[in-house]
Design a protein around this ligand. Structure first.
Ligand SMILES: Cc1cc2nc3c(=O)[nH]c(=O)nc-3n(C[C@H](O)[C@H](O)[C@H](O)COP(=O)(O)O)c2cc1C
Length: 418
């Protein structure tokens, strides 16, 4: 896995950097943290040191007990300069949160503390995740500074829009979420032979989103699936090193730079794409919500309302994609289906699906519960396999995705390292 140097500057979002460190270390990365003196007003070094298992540095002049080494390295026999040694060892340097002040210093090549000196000395990819009040964000000086950094090849992870730290303030300036920051880091690291990952060489096919079946040229029969769960599975598989293809049915979500996406609209298009992609994959995760029925005779133009009191729509069954693929599977392929069911019978239905469709695992979510399942950020699932049921308590879709991939890993007889 990678060595991540994290620079924390003095903004209110510094607390989110703790969660980022937790995610990064859990994912198997070795992390070192440097802070600006102001950052220590917001979060103390002890928390970062405990989470990383390594000393935290603030000044170029303090002695680094680890001598610039990351937790997975032996310290050198000499005492190197920290601002040079940390970036020499790092695979990526992420500054998060980056204050307006630190962004300005970086843009002007200033090196007046350990964080900024290290940035100037960095040969590895540098990423900057700004977080600030929306007036500071929108100020032409900040925007010009960020444009300068982008021009120089720095990856700027744009802040989100929403409630800001100051009471009653809303706008752009929120630090990107920790999972997004980690994905951005993993996307820029040079994964050569020096950084083997658990799923290197594995081909993973994921379906995501919800199909739309045309009624006429403008209307369709659809469902509420946003694609979040499937995209989370794809992101996590990519982070493990897999070569991932997503068949995305009507998904309007950010896309992972290392994942290949093919867009489809209808169940028939999804089926055709699955049949093409399936033979080459090692792992199939069918997270898309596929229509069971489609309008039997969609109109070519737009159906007019004039003169009608009612309209009867005749539906016909779509082909069962997963059963078809399961019947054509070859040795070494692992198949995971999803069952979005309503109510107490959800797990019974999932178990029936597991055996009826010849799958290795079925992920069941009870979509009758508020706040989980379709078009939400969280999920709570049961993962059913021949070996038994695993209940994954309510968690982010990224965490649920990790649990699913850990099950796949167990099914394939290897150990996942995150
Ligand atoms: C309560 C509080 C919250 C702050 N939050 C932010 C912030 O989110 N973003 C920012 O750019 N500056 C913020 N500032 C201002 C910075 O702390 C200030 O510009 C400081 O000089 C930054 O130093 P550094 O970039 O060396 O860490 C905040 C200041 C205070 C007092």
């Amino acid at each position: 896995m990678a060595r991540l140097l994290l620079g924390v500057s003095g903004g209110i979002a510094a607390y989110k950097a703790l969660e980022l460190v937790r995610l990064a270390t859990k994912a198997g990365h070795a992390v070192r943290v440097v802070q600006t003196p102001t950052a220590q007003q917001f979060v103390g070094a002890a928390s970062f040191a405990a989470l990383t298992g390594a000393p935290v540095l603030v000044s170029e002049f303090e002695r680094d007990p680890a001598r610039g080494a990351f937790p997975d390295q032996e310290p050198p026999s000499h005492d190197p300069a920290s601002h040079l040694e940390l970036v020499r060892n790092a695979d990526a340097y992420l500054i998060a949160p980056a204050t307006a002040n630190t962004v300005a210093k970086l843009a002007h090549g200033m090196a007046d503390n350990l964080l900024t000196s290290a940035a100037l000395a960095a040969g590895c990819p540098v990423l900057v995740a700004p977080a600030m009040n929306h007036h500071m964000w929108e100020h032409p000086a900040t925007q010009a500074n960020l444009a300068t950094l982008r021009e120089r090849g720095v990856t700027v992870i744009d802040p989100g829009t929403g409630a800001l730290a100051t009471k009653h303030e809303w706008g752009v300036g929120r630090l990107a979420e920790p999972a997004e920051l980690l994905a951005a880091v993993e996307a820029v690291v040079d994964w050569g032979p020096a950084h083997p990952r658990p799923w290197d060489g594995l081909k993973v096919l994921v379906t995501a989103g919800g199909t739309r079946e045309p009624i006429d040229a403008v209307r369709y029969v659809g469902n509420r699936s946003s694609g979040r769960m499937g995209f989370a599975v794809a992101d996590e598989a990519a982070a493990l090193g897999a070569e991932v293809t997503v068949l995305a049915a009507n998904v309007a979500l950010p896309r992972h730079p290392r994942v290949r996406y093919r867009d489809v609209v209808t169940a028939a298009e999804l089926r055709a794409a699955c049949l093409e992609e399936f033979p080459a994959c090692d792992v199939l995760v069918m997270a898309a919500a596929v229509a069971d029925f489609r309008p039997a005779a969609p109109e070519a133009g737009k159906v007019k309302k004039a003169g009608r009191d009612a309209m009867v729509l005749e539906l016909e069954a779509t082909e069962d994609i997963l059963s078809g693929l399961a019947a054509a599977r070859r040795d070494g392929q692992t198949l995971v289906g999803f069952a979005a069911e309503h109510g107490a019978q959800a797990v019974d239905y999932g178990r029936d699906k597991l055996s009826r469709k010849g799958l290795d695992a079925v992920v069941v979510n009870d979509v009758s519960q508020p706040g989980i399942g379709f078009d939400t950020a969280e999920n709570e699932v049961a993962i059913l396999t021949a070996a038994g049921d695993e209940h994954v308590a309510r968690a982010t879709k990224a965490e649920v995705a990790r649990a699913i991939l850990a099950t796949v890993d167990r099914l394939r007889g290897a150990q996942v390292t995150r």
